[in-house]
Design a protein. Structure first.
Length: 221
């Protein structure tokens, strides 16, 4: 059964855990992302839902491409596409080790079979999207995320070739900018994201930005 309501997203643990339980029903996910909340499955625990005290966002105006990345972008034979291979992108992301949002320690993948099934279902509903980076016929990088209410939350990236995931994320930011969206929710800061120009914002600022952006009713895809 879908979750009918969440607690106030400002009332979390210090790590940003808002609630435990429920499932990945599409209506639960739509309600969560519309409210600035996202799930992060942890083995052995009921499903946790997060709204961190500090949120990472990547803005088009702050996007930073290093000299080497600009050179790679200019000279590479990579091709970038949107929604050409969503299921392959999320499956590849599932093989990339991640760190726990609670402990900060390596925790394997949180992209379980249930997560793949749930987000693929959202994709078929037109609410989850992917960017793919190709080297000929080979898929060498990509990013996927959720687009609800005219906003976008990037969920995960992968690469098997240098810079492929960065190029996919840059392509995503530029695609969204062309449709009026100036920022992407990247959830939790990492060195990889910080190098691209992501910045942290306090939760209250993030929730206000989310609400203001939703009011624009942008059509992103």
């Amino acid at each position: 059964m879908p979750i009918a309501r969440f607690p106030d997203p400002r009332n979390t643990t210090p790590e940003g855990v808002l609630a435990f339980g429920g499932d990945l029903h599409p209506d639960s996910l739509i309600l969560a992302y519309s409210s600035g909340i996202f799930p992060w499955p942890i083995e052995g625990l009921p499903l946790p839902w997060f709204c961190p005290p500090e949120r990472a966002i990547l803005e088009q105006r702050g996007l930073h491409l290093s000299r080497s990345l600009r050179r790679t972008r200019r000279l590479t034979a990579f091709q970038l596409t949107i929604d050409r291979a969503f299921e392959r992108v999320i499956a590849a992301c599932a093989t990339t080790p991640r760190v726990s949002r609670i402990t900060g320690a390596e925790a394997g993948t949180w992209i379980t079979g249930d997560v793949i099934e749930a987000y693929t279902r959202l994709h078929r509903m037109g609410l989850a999207h992917s960017v793919e980076c190709w080297d000929g016929a080979a898929l060498v990088g990509g990013v996927y995320g959720v687009s609800i209410g005219g906003t976008f939350s990037a969920e995960s990236m992968f690469r098997t070739a240098p810079s492929a995931s960065k190029l996919a994320l840059v392509h995503l930011v530029e695609h969204l900018h062309a449709r009026g969206l100036e920022w992407v929710d990247v959830q939790v800061m990492s060195p990889h994201l910080e190098a691209l120009g992501a910045r942290p914002v306090p939760r209250d600022e993030y929730l206000a930005l989310l609400k203001a952006t939703q009011a624009k009713k942008l059509q992103l895809f």
